[in-house]
Design a protein around this ligand. Sequence first.
Ligand code: SF4
Length: 181
Amino acid sequence: MSGRGLKDMVNLSQDAIDPAAELESEKEVPGREGACQLLRCDDQELPALLASARRVRTRFKPGVVTYSRKVFIPLTNLCRDYCGYCTFRRDPGQPGAHTMTPDEVMEVVRAGERLGCTEALFSLGDKPELLFPEMRDMLHGLGYKSTLQYLEAMCERVLRESSLLPHPNPGLMSAECGSDA
Ligand code: SF4
C-alpha cells in the first residue's frame, strides 16, 4: 500500500471523532486498495474502519440518511429450526403457514415496481424440506430439490423480469446448497 499503513491512512486516533480534525481529515478518503484493506481489518482496527466510513459519509453525503425502498417477500415461513424468540416461523398446518408460489412472488414484485420500490427482500425459514414432507412435495412439484434452489431461481426471475434487485436472506448456506441438499 505505497508505504502507508492502515492507521496512517485512516488517521486512527481520537482525532477521528473530533469534528475539527474530522473536517481536516476529509481529504483522507481511502482509495480502492485502502478500502479493500479496511474490509479485512481485525477487531483492533475496527475503530479505524468506522472512522473512515464516517469521513466518507461526511464528505460525500453530508446530512443524508439513505434507505432502500423494498417489498418483503416471505418465500416460506416453514422452518426446520425452533428459535425461541422467533415470531415468523410456522409448522405446516398452523394458521398463517405458507410457502409462496412463483406467481405469488411475481405478483408482489410487480406491485412493488408500481409503488416505486427498488428491492425485493426474500425472507425464509431454514431448509424446511429437511423436516417437512409437505415442503419436499411442494418443491418437487415446482421442480426444485431444495428451498435454496427455489430461492435462487426466484431471485433470477426477479433479476430478469423486473427492475427490482433481489436481496436474499436465507440464513445458513453452504457451497452445495444450491445444487443439492
Ligand atoms: S432459523 Fe430463522 S425462521 Fe427459523 S426459527 Fe430461527 S429465526 Fe425463525
